[in-house]
Design a binder for this molecule. Sequence first.
Ligand code: ADE
Length: 219
Amino acid sequence: MQLDVFTLVPQAFAWLTEQRPLASVLGGELDLRLLNYRDFTPLRSGQVDDEPYGGGAGMVLRVDVAAAALDAVYGGVPEHRVVALTPQGRPLDQQIVEELAAEERLTLLSARYEGFDERILVHLCSDAISIGPYVLSGGELAAMVLVDAVARLLPGATGSEESTRVESFSAELEGGLEYPHYTRPAEFRGWHVPEVLLSGHHAQIDGWRRDQSRLRSAG
Ligand code: ADE
């Protein structure tokens, strides 16, 4: 996947790109480009944002700057999906993540401060996504959440396909929550691992896990 992220703080993504699963797929299944609006602004002194018309607090990412950035990189508004990260967007869930992970090309736009000039969302983006009903200081953290969630679904991102096939919200678990996990020691301070997990009886273990997943999802 070719994944482009437009941001004012590309360096914020450094930590994420050094960690697995991202590090495992970079240069292979994932070609990640971090692009700074400032490098494309047509305005003098590198300006990218401005005061809101009508007054009010904060600064707004300018539509001409966002358009210039897309023009420079794609020669216009790209044919592929362009996703703006904003609290006004569609709430992110695993279904959207899976959908986006299947795209060959994807562009994310993040903004700082008060966000985007509305014309960016209407004319330059295909999607607007929120990572939750709260306001962050900028879209970078939201973009990183999306990049991480998408990257771990790419082939070779995690050690085993199994780990992303059977997990919370997966079809394998009927879209529900994952069952509980335990590891050694089998007993600690009198806290025991459920007997069935120690039994080696795979059919029973599968059944127990399915039941636990359903119980958690129901309540
Ligand atoms: N930018 C600021 N807050 C955000 C949120 N909750 N989701 C996506 N982008 C954001």
